[in-house]
Design a protein around this ligand. Sequence first.
Ligand SMILES: [Mg+2]
Length: 229
Amino acid sequence: MVSAVVFDCDGVLTDNGSSWQNIHNKFGTISNKGSEHSKMLEKFLDGAISEEEFVEFDIRLWRSVKPDIHRDDIMRCYSGVELMEGAREVVAELQSRGVYVAIVSSGVDVFVGAIASMLKVDDWVANGFEWDDDGFLIRGLPTRVPTHNKGLMIEKLARINGFEMNEIISVGDSGTDLSMKVEDSAFIGFNPSRTRALEAFEEAAVPIVEGKDLRMIWPLIYSGEKLAG
Ligand SMILES: [Mg+2]
């Protein structure tokens, strides 16, 4: 029995790679200082620097381009981002079968919240920023969803809603999303974002869906069934 399906957002429900990266693209801060940023990213993925340190590093880069950053500036970074093909259909069909649908993302909350309300999911959580009363960026918020330990939020969701772990399926595109697979819950690796994600999924021996149509996960949730387009 499937009680809940929990989706990562960036690269799973939306075809955007990373909601942090989207901000860098807008400010041009990856191309300006590409090597420095990618070094920090590798350090972060290896667990050598904390989530908060990485966010503060990012904010410093953006401020070097635009000292006062408004919430609207951040929202505009997502103007061209599209939902993943099939995302609406998968979420709607799961909910029509009584399955609880949630988003657990270490991406940016203003973006993930917009996607959550667009898809009308049952619950969502993400990371983000603190804003002043006029909507200007103060700093990063304390991490709610640790990238390397997203399972904390899966456990919380199970506890609050009374789900057994073996009734929960998580869907993610990064190696770090494997942390959503707690106890005997299930995991589907969808649209692996990088080579190291694919390698991590293979190593963990989880089912992998390559391609950018979320409906392709359906036969793995309800074996033998297909979700028509
Ligand atoms: Mg992702």
